[in-house]
Design a protein around this ligand. Sequence first.
Ligand SMILES: Nc1ncnc2c1ncn2[C@@H]1O[C@H](COP(=O)(O)OP(=O)(O)OP(=O)(O)O)[C@@H](O)[C@H]1O
Ligand SMILES: [Mg+2]
Length: 382
Amino acid sequence: MNGGTLVIKIAGIDVGNDSVKLVIDGASEPIVVPSILSPGYERHIFQDEDSPLKALDVRVYSPKLKKNNQRYFVGLLAMEDQDISELEETDNKATSDQALIVALTALAYAGLTSQTYEPVEGQTTQAVEYIVGTGLPVRTYAGFHKTFEERLVGEHEVTFLSTPKLRGRSIRVIIKRAVVSIEGAAALFHMATHDNLTVKNEELYYGCIGICEMGALTTDFPVIKRMSIDNQFSTGEQFGLAGYLDNIIRDVEDQFGHRFPSRTKLIQRIKNRDYTIQRIGEGQADIRPIVDNYFNRAANKVLDLILKRWKKNPDIQCFYVLGGGASALREYINEEAGSVRLRFVNDSEFQNVYGYLKLAKNKTNQSIAAAATAVAATTEQE
Ligand SMILES: Nc1ncnc2c1ncn2[C@@H]1O[C@H](COP(=O)(O)OP(=O)(O)OP(=O)(O)O)[C@@H](O)[C@H]1O
Ligand SMILES: [Mg+2]
């Protein structure tokens, strides 16, 4: 197949330990898929789910996977499963099969549901081509960005099984190019630039900015000066919000006998500020004090690390707290911070992925520009 009729899509994809976030150039809303898997099987369906994202049931083939051609329930469908697998501190998203499976499922879903697709006649399997921007934590970047790029680039295939609206459909996901950058740094690039990549905020673009980007398993502290990452002062920590969520789940179970099957399920409650749980035998219980306890501890730890970093590098003009961890802990951190001003933004868990998309576009423009220059040069020589 020559793929001549395919339009290459440019996408930003944040392969998070908590959730994969995907934005396609030109689409308005990001696609979010929780990073959880369980083994797939023929399930009894009494009523179809109202959206494909609620029931991603896939078989994934990729030369990059250690275990190939397996069936999985991905994201929300896996959320309540007994045999669920969530990512752990020891997982590395550059090498993990789980991370790649969730990422490919999201890219396949976007490929099948986007309007720009035109079916090619005589082709049984559809295909979608991507240039993707993505990223790794500060401390993983140097050692693994090549590995991550090589794992993503290539041809993969995803078949949807019992997924409503996509039942039985297969799509080849062809990743032409992957531009890997650094978590937190990409978020700042997004905040400092317009969609057409011109400077939006001079202070951020030309200044020395501290970032604390708290994810599920890692917290990154890049320091960025005039849009370049400072090698000496940028670091990362191997902890995130997930450890605190696991503690909350354990304490709730010990105290009330109510077990949250996954972190995703707990965070849904916290996001909705719904702290009342049902107890077996019709009682109810308030989990707010347990949440407050652990979130206060997390906030203290984060604040402590930020202040240490800032002391070490007094050139830093301002500090942004980003990532889903910032959304969860904002009020707790602000309360602790007193007169120290820290900056928060809305939708902080999506800042990276928008940055990845812009960086992929930036690179693509550069290579288009480079190709144009090269073409011009050869034409002149002729
Ligand atoms: N709006 C929100 N309110 C409260 N908590 C949130 C919100 N958004 C995300 N979280 C939680 O914050 C944590 C970090 O989310 P985030 O999406 O930044 O992680 P990730 O990028 O998937 O993980 P990592 O960066 O470690 O790979 C998760 O536990 C998530 O459930
Ligand atoms: Mg993250």
